[in-house]
Design a protein around this ligand. Structure first.
Ligand SMILES: Cc1cc2nc3c(=O)[nH]c(=O)nc-3n(C[C@H](O)[C@H](O)[C@H](O)COP(=O)(O)OP(=O)(O)OC[C@H]3O[C@@H](n4cnc5c(N)ncnc54)[C@H](O)[C@@H]3O)c2cc1C
Length: 396
């Protein structure tokens, strides 16, 4: 870890550091330089300061003894009275990863009220241990209380890797835990690999999707990663149970959480594009908002739902709930038809697990054809109405 320090007594306020910073990471305030959120700790300002008033401080990195951390732990979320399917997807992925390190097994932890009942189900997915924190004090998600329970189990079991679903609850829980262990967390991983050294390679698009970053937590344990629902395959349920259930005592102070639940207003479950088996997607190849009607019509005739790319959300043609992509939803339908979509990585990385991908684009070099299973190089204004007409005809 490194950080930049500015020695005020040496600084003359010449502004050369500001002029030379390519990231806008330093600015002048009241005649003195101040670091901004854009600072990348690259040290260019250090080199350009004639007064030597800026220093780059390096912290000596000490590594944990990795051999003391073992196995993969999955946080199996129970919310709204159901085991969230992302937990099972992560257990399936964890089973695959565990094969890379001899002796590694997959464990799960459940937190909440009445969650003991779901632990039995996890044993059908090959976990070696399902740890349960079941208490009325945990009936609603309170980040500090849930984090205290998972922290307790991590301190007990010493898992090398902790996988958490990137749900609203998981996104709140995982960073708190990573902070408590002073370790790394990679959010929204799209791929995971485990090295024999037990280092988890956490792969996700970075720098606006221009690269797929491989992030490794080399010095600390555990290694935290969140993964969105539908990114990993759902494992097959075995009829046989394996592993054991361990009911753990609630850590002291959990009931006295700083947060209290005043009232709960359940939001009625809404259909989500993530659950659709068939999706028709409109992209910027559509010229008018009213052209979305044919996208919706085609989706309806196929018994599916419709979705959009981000530019159409920005135009106000649909809400963000219908957007596929890094800043929208991840989908994995049986059939997806993209219409006038170019295939940017921010879009494709969140739909490329679909079973059948059909893409309509009039540009034969459109990147989407690198992802599509069936490429239709044609004008969507010809193809979509033709598909609608043929489906209608087939019904009469
Ligand atoms: C940090 C970040 C996050 C992002 N998150 C998302 C995200 O979540 N989701 C997302 O979608 N994007 C996201 N983007 C934007 C992304 O980079 C692309 O700009 C976007 O996906 C492009 O949308 P599009 O394919 O609809 O439009 P375009 O790239 O403009 O493509 C339109 C396509 O339509 C084709 N076309 C035009 N006319 C016709 C026609 N008549 N018939 C057939 N084809 C036609 C063109 O050949 C072209 O390939 C993000 C970007 C950043 C930087």
């Amino acid at each position: 870890m490194a950080q930049i320090a500015i020695l005020e007594r040496k600084c003359t306020g010449c502004g050369l550091c500001v002029a030379n910073c390519p990231f806008g990471g330093i600015e002048m305030k009241d005649g003195k330089p101040e670091l901004t959120a854009g600072c990348k700790v690259c040290g260019i300002c250090v080199k350009n300061c004639p007064q030597k008033a800026i220093l780059k401080l390096e912290t000596k990195v000490t590594s944990v003894d990795k051999s003391k951390w073992k196995d993969i732990l999955v946080f199996a979320e129970v919310s709204g009275g159901r085991l969230h399917p992302v937990g099972l997807e992560l257990i399936g992925k964890a089973q695959e990863l565990a094969k890379a390190v001899p002796g590694y097994t997959v464990k799960a932890v459940l937190v909440g009220e009445g969650v003991r009942a779901y632990a039995d189900e996890l044993l059908h997915y090959g976990v070696s241990e399902a740890a349960v924190y079941d208490d009325p004090a945990l009936s609603y998600f309170r980040a500090d209380a849930y984090a205290a329970c998972v922290e307790d189990y991590i301190r007990f079991a010493h898992p090398s890797v902790v996988l958490v679903g990137a749900t609203s609850l998981g996104r709140s829980l995982a960073p708190r835990l990573a902070t408590r262990f002073h370790t790394g967390l990679t959010a929204d991983c799209t791929r995971l690999e485990l090295r024999e050294s037990s280092d988890l390679v956490q792969i996700r698009p970075a720098f606006g999707g221009n690269i797929m970053a491989q992030i490794v937590t080399t010095h600390t344990r555990p290694q935290f990663a969140t993964v969105r629902y539908k990114v990993m395959d759902t494992p097959v349920r075995s009829e046989q149970e394996s592993g054991k259930i361990v009911v753990r005592a609630i850590p002291k102070g959990v009931a006295a959480s700083k947060a209290s639940c005043v009232s709960v207003q359940p939001v009625p479950p809404k259909a989500s594009i993530s659950d659709a088996e068939v999706l028709v997607v409109g992209g910027r190849g559509l010229q008018r908002e009213s052209d979305m009607d044919m996208i919706r019509e085609l989706a309806g005739l196929l018994g599916g739902d419709w979705a959009v790319t981000r530019p159409l959300v920005e135009k106000g043609w649909a809400t963000n709930e219908r957007q596929i992509g890094l800043s929208g939803r991840t989908v994995r339908p049986k059939l997806i038809i993209t219409c006038g979509v170019s295939g940017a990585i921010q879009f494709t990385s969140c739909m490329n697990g679909s079973d059948h991908i059909v893409s309509i684009n009039n540009d034969p070099d459109a990147p989407i054809f690198g992802t599509a299973h069936i490429a239709i190089v044609d004008d969507l204004y010809r193809v979509v109405p033709e598909l609608i007409a043929q489906l209608k005809e087939a019904r009469t």
